[in-house]
Write a protein that binds this ligand. Sequence first.
Ligand code: URA
Length: 432
Amino acid sequence: VGVDPRDVIRVKRDGGRLSPEQIQDFLKGYVDGRVHDYHASALLMAIFCYDLDEAELLAWTRAMLESGTRFDWSHLDGPIVDKHSTGGVGDKVSLVLAPALVACGAKVPMISGRGLGHTGGTLDKLEAVPGLCTELGIERIQSQMAELGFFIAAQTPDLVPADRKLYALRDAAGLVEAIPLIASSILSKKLAEGLDALVLDVKFGSGSFLPDHDKGLRLAARMADLAKGFGLPMTVVVSSMEQPLGRMVGHANEVNESLDCLRGCGPKDLVDLTVRQGGEALLASGLAETLDLGEARLRNSLQNGSAMQVFQRFLKAQGGQGDLEANLTVAPDKSHFLAPEDGYLSCVDCREVGVALQALGGSRVEIGGGLDHGVGLEILSRHGDRVERGQPLVAITHRAKRGLEGCQAHLALAYHVVSEAPKPVGATRTLG
Ligand code: URA
């Protein structure tokens, strides 16, 4: 018999500190079914209001991590590395960076998620490839790591089961956006991957999960402390999500743009952010002596075709079929969103670009819902560009006009044409 969950809730409800034993007991009870959803939602709400201090957050994350198994790659050569992004619009860095890191000598056991709301998820993007399987069992994960040193797959049932339950509950109860809960959710999964180094891309700006810049920085700082507490070398990159990353938004579109990057001809903002994160990962894992050398190696793997070769082997291993571009399911119809007048383009609300894709059916409205991998947006003009009335700003790929009107309306909320050049979007930097 464990602690009465109501006693744990009362401590946090009254603004007190939870002991590691109380946390451990509550989360174990939750995974076992002794502690119910109504207990957990009450405690999460109290955490939302009163936060967790450093020791509590460490104990909470440890209890989540210990709720399941942890990968052990000690029999493999080469550093075990991964990256994670807090999510945004058009962020397909994982598809390019993971194979590039493998081409540079790292092993990458990438557990990824699906998109929800306006943000995209790596698994959904990959599933635009016919036949590609993202639900891998533990044996397949082990054999693919041994043969290829790389997989991208969904969380398995025994990997941080506490997070699976808590995340679904948080989503259902409006409790997603709490810093300690986000930090512990992300890091418990990354710690379970058995990593030697992690690069975390914390997004700020209107298209990010935490649009408030200071809140984004606080999340980054707390995650950095937490990673330190577990002895995990983690580099935090802070980058702008004030306009979509790259030119393509939507699943098949984003796979195509990732292929461009792997051929050495991707758009500059996307390639630069990939190279930056890759350089940091190679430095942190000892595969490069300096950031400059790490970046140069990573960029080289995109230009010399070695990252593309790894990506092709990965597709084959996970069941993707033949000639990728010929097989991608792209929707048949095209329209354009036009500039309403002469002036400068300003991306005033990047989140609305994600919502515009959702209007076409291109992202999930609820957990477990379906989506159309073939619809998408191609951003033809960037924030700050000079544009003329009637000029196409976004090419819209749709299916028989389904959701087209809503998509156009959301693009009009995302992009304004203004008379003076707008302030440039924020620069990428590394924290700490
Ligand atoms: N991604 C996660 O895995 N967990 C969160 O809480 C938020 C984003």
